[in-house]
Design a protein around this ligand. Structure first.
Ligand SMILES: [Ca+2]
Length: 167
């Protein structure tokens, strides 16, 4: 048993329930940066029964060459411990480009959201392949950060994400 384990990310393996009508799994919010971008749950999982597929290339019409899209899946906000390094990771596969991002907040509640001056850190974008690989990002929170959320960014193709870890 894991004693004292505190899960920062809800639904990190996309096993808890269906997507809503905005392509968001429970515990996450899906955003379209550039159309076309859409999410779905698929059974091609790194572990468990489901993974999140982000599609950013329209494939319905082979005659229409649509611009490649971009989107991201954003976690719920979680508390950040002062002076403690965070290790972020996610497993990806597919044929699109994927990146892991963390957005830092000095304050984030119902009344106000104040970003940190150094607002975000990102992994290098990677070109996904047909096999699972892990994206990692090790970061030190800015001193004034109290909260953060992460983003799974995708563009230029299909990316399947699974087993997000923040610790
Ligand atoms: Ca899973």
């Amino acid at each position: 048993m894991l004693i004292g384990f505190f899960a920062l990310i809800l639904n990190p393996g996309f096993e808890n329930g269906q997507l809503d009508r905005f392509s968001s799994p429970p515990g996450w919010n899906f955003y379209v940066i550039r159309s076309f971008a859409k999410g779905e749950l698929v059974s091609d999982a790194h572990s468990g029964k489901f993974a999140f597929l982000m599609r950013t290339r329209e494939s319905s019409s082979p005659l229409m060459y649509s611009e490649n899209g971009k989107g991201f899946l954003q976690s719920d906000v979680f508390p950040v411990e002062k002076g403690k390094k965070l290790n972020l990771s996610v497993w990806v596969k597919g044929d699109g480009r994927a990146m892991l991002q963390i957005i830092w907040w000095e304050r984030y509640d119902e009344e106000r959201a104040t970003p940190c001056q150094h607002q975000q850190d990102s992994s290098e974008p990677i070109q996904c392949k047909g096999e699972w690989e892990e994206i990692r990002l090790e970061v030190m929170p800015p001193p004034e950060a109290t909260k953060a959320y992460i983003r799974l960014v995708g563009e230029d193709g299909d990316i399947i994400y699974d087993d997000v870890e923040v610790k």
